[in-house]
Write a protein that binds this ligand. Structure first.
Ligand code: NDP
Ligand code: 2IT
Length: 444
């Protein structure tokens, strides 16, 4: 059996009931075959892949908190510190009822390669909890965040592990988490990113993932003799990534037709009204069905179905495995030219293969949504030098990073004869830097 196949078999055997983690590992290791097979004996002797797929450390802890009626609840908290070869662990905290260890491991594993692709010194990690922030009062959110941090603070720090936002964790949650960390540690340090601007946050971090997604799509199109202006776009999600992807797409002259949340989706033939979307989601924390009150010409549909809308560009920005084979077939039939992942692993393996085989230019999340974590690393730099950079300075750096990522993954794919396979290119380019650092640091 080849070394890659041996490690895939081990991962499946040793991590039962973690299908998302298997999916993420399989995708990366399949891409790495040409790299590993060129030097198989050395990789096998050093157990490089076993070290890569086993987190350096995984923490699981109890999070008790009291609701507004005096009832005590107990959630489970996680932090997976996956790989620190190139820098402190870095990655978000997801608060969603679906969270379990396998989901945090898939996200932490992806983060290793994504963070490497940014070119900045950040390792891979992820955390979160099965706590559901929906429908909770501000006081309940604060109670949860304080309890979560009362355990997590022992294991993180500005030079060891720097968490940030993800699904269900936005500016409000980061504020409460930061306040509790500072209180317990007695230290004002850049231990979280996505902080408020009044206490060490970076301009552009809120916008960064969505804006970065459009910057890399812009470069992809440019290298294929096209531009974003005049294109139609389908977006899924209505959270942080989706909102700022829609905003930047429209600034660049595209028309975004859709957004989704977990209950349904909207279609606006005149282009999504971003101000209305922000009001509904960021301020009022309401369902998307409210959008019709702002835009009578729009449609609201319960449930799924957004991939049936015809567009030139499709940007899945909600959650893992939301775009399946059936959706991919609709997208191809609609003549879509580009699919770029704003979310982490939103496209199933079968859907990805179908899109690639049918000539769709496909950018994987590791590359396409790396703008968020890259800007988090810029926030860390600003905190270290006790400075704040202007919006334009951070935005220009973000754009430079996204353009750089596109060429890095394009070159890596070409180097192995896989021209246009950006999945392989991202996995290979991300891996090469991490593997080099792991080799140089000996068996640790
Ligand atoms: P938010 O919580 O701000 O928004 C998530 C959006 O996706 C909401 O509209 C939510 O709907 C929807 N959603 C979440 N889970 C599901 C589900 N199981 N089924 C259907 N819809 C769902 O999160 P973000 O925008 O921050 O994150 C979106 C994606 O982008 C995630 O995959 C995340 O890992 C990834 N990402 C985020 C980055 C960041 O900087 N925030 C950086 C890079 C990647 P509802 O409100 O109804 O639950
Ligand atoms: O998936 C991701 O890259 C994020 N949720 C952002 C992580 C970060 O540390 O900014």
């Amino acid at each position: 059996m080849s070394y890659v196949d041996e490690v895939i078999a081990q991962v499946i055997k040793e991590n039962p009931a973690e299908p998302e983690f298997h999916q993420a590992v399989l995708e990366v290791l399949e891409s790495l075959r040409p790299v590993i097979e060129a030097n198989e004996e050395k990789f096998r002797r050093d157990a490089l892949l076993e070290r890569l797929v086993n987190p350096e450390r995984q923490l699981k802890f109890r999070v008790p908190w009291i609701d507004d009626n005096g009832q005590v609840h107990v959630n489970t908290g996680y932090r997976v510190q996956f790989n620190s070869a190139i820098g402190p662990y870095k990655g978000g905290l997801r608060l969603h009822p679906s969270v379990n260890l396998g989901i945090i491991k898939f996200l932490g594993f992806e983060q290793i390669f994504k963070n490497s692709l940014t070119g900045l010194p950040i390792g891979g990690g992820k955390g979160g909890s099965d706590f559901d922030p929906k429908g909770k009062s501000d006081r309940e959110i604060m109670a949860f965040c304080q309890s979560f941090m009362s355990e997590l603070f022992k294991y993180i720090g500005a030079d060891t592990d720097v968490p940030a936002g993800d699904i269900g964790t936005g500016a409000r949650e980061i504020g409460y988490l930061y306040g509790q960390y500072k209180r317990l540690k007695g230290m004002f340090e850049g231990v979280l990113t996505g902080k408020g601007l009044s206490f060490g946050g970076s301009l552009t971090r809120t916008e960064a993932t969505g804006y970065g997604l459009l910057y890399i799509v812009e470069e992809l199109l440019k290298c294929h003799g096209q531009e974003i202006a005049g294109k139609t776009v389908v977006v899924s999600g209505a959270g942080n990534v989706a909102i700022y992807a829609i905003e930047k797409a429209q600034q660049l002259g595209a028309k975004v037709l859709t957004a989704t949340d977990s209950t349904g989706w909207i279609y606006d033939p005149d282009g999504i009204d971003v101000a209305a979307l922000k009001e509904i989601k960021e301020v009022r924390r309401q369902r998307l069905s409210e959008y019709k009150n702002y835009r009578p010409n729009s449609e609201y549909h319960e449930g799924k179905g957004v991939w049936s809308v015809k567009a030139d560009i499709v940007l899945p920005c909600a959650t893992q495995n939301e775009l399946d084979l059936e959706g991919a077939k609709q997208i191809v039939a609609n003549g879509t030219k580009v699919v770029a992942e704003g979310a982490n692993m939103p496209t199933t393996v079968e859907a990805t293969e179908y899109l690639q085989k049918n000539g769709v230019l496909f950018l994987p999340g590791k590359a396409a949504n790396a703008g968020g974590v890259a800007t988090s690393a810029l926030e860390m730099s600003q905190n270290s030098e006790r400075m704040s950079w202007s919006f334009d300075k951070v935005d220009a750096k973000l754009k430079g990073i996204m353009v750089g990522i596109y060429h890095n993954i394009d070159d890596a794919a070409k180097k192995y004869g896989l021209d246009g396979n950006y999945v392989a290119g991202a996995n290979i380019a991300g891996f090469e830097k991490v593997a080099d650092a792991m080799n140089a640091q000996g068996i640790v």
